[in-house]
Design a protein around this ligand. Sequence first.
Ligand code: UD1
Length: 414
Amino acid sequence: MAHYAVRESPPLRGEIPISTSKNAVLPIMCGALLTREDVRIDRLPQLSDVSTLSSLLLACGCRLRHEDGALIITADDFKNPQDEEDVRKMRASVLVLGPLLARLGQARIPLPGGCAIGQRPIDQHLKGMSALGAKVSYDHGGVTLSGRLRGATIYLDMPSVGATENLLMAATLASGTTRIENAAKEPEIVDLAAFLSSMGARIAGAGTSTIVIEGVKALHGTSWQPISDRVEAGTMACACAITGGELFLRGARSEHLRSLLFKLSEAGVHIHDTPGGLMIFGRARQPFEIRTMVYPGFPTDLQAPMMAVACKTPGTSVFLETIFENRFMHAAELARLGAHIRVENRVAVVEGTHDLTGASVTATDLRAGAALILAGLCAEGETLIDDSGGHIARGYENIEEKIRAVGGSIRKLS
Ligand code: UD1
């Protein structure tokens, strides 16, 4: 798997096209299982998570075709995945549960284990499916759900993104009305609901904490362009803020990034919202405080890139991570570059202004990998990032080409 060699670079200048959102496209690919007809997904991002989910859909018997950068999925005749390894490779595979159950009346997946950033249980997904009438049984490390689904009111204990998506998909084909209360409000949920509505689903309230779904008998095919990737755009905005550059993020949508843009502007970075994307100028000069929260709060996925920015920003910045229990692993790696960070449970305190120097570091997860690239761009000499886990390519399309195109020195070594 990959290593990245990053060298201290001049301020990044130019334009970066923002790819289609990973977190929007994965549930939409699973949603294609809800119809026998063709579903076309335009501007498919080339990410290893997308390839992993494509392999899983093939293993379920779906037909997949690529055409002009789009993916066309046909799920006219499919089954549960036979090989549990296909599901185990990626956490987001749990999102096939709702569609499989709704179409086939039965679904089985291995229970996902913990991952680098936390335990990540799926109890809310299962609780919701059970409320919809599914029988849930556990055996040999897996969970099997069966039964015909009927509408119900579901209250989520926390507004889980994945559970909201899974239940939303399952409820589209359940008989009667489903209400999901304390639902997640992320833009990817709104996009999934709009995609399902374009297939004939009847959904109201996506983007608020109560989503109401009137079940229909069948859904039809559609053609969909998912939203742009707000986490990629946010990461590139951080790359600008750490190097003091001037970047145009083509396709980035300010309404999806308000919490980050407020923090960057408090830190002294200039932002111009234009119809085609976002202009970001200048360096972060003031320290900041970040508390990760569910949307529209500050996204946990941008906590690591912002921590890289804090390492180079004069003063004391404070981070409180409330979503995942173990999401500060990049702190120890940033410290190898000379950053001063103290972590106590869910709080990290960063003393900025210290000169960073290149070192060998490890990408412990996807966003941690991005944070190390950003720090490497302003660390003296060379930073060698070991990404044997293949994390960075899971979620950033051609990151090295995009950063090189705006003047950053980065090479991917296979
Ligand atoms: C999604 C995103 C991920 C992002 C996260 C939070 C995708 C593919 N991934 O992940 O990039 O970091 O939202 O914004 O869209 N939880 C439970 N029980 C459950 C479900 C979740 O306890 O049944 C907990 C999790 O352990 C975590 C928190 O709820 O602490 C948030 O998880 P969730 O919103 O479900 O995140 P994902 O959908 O896995």
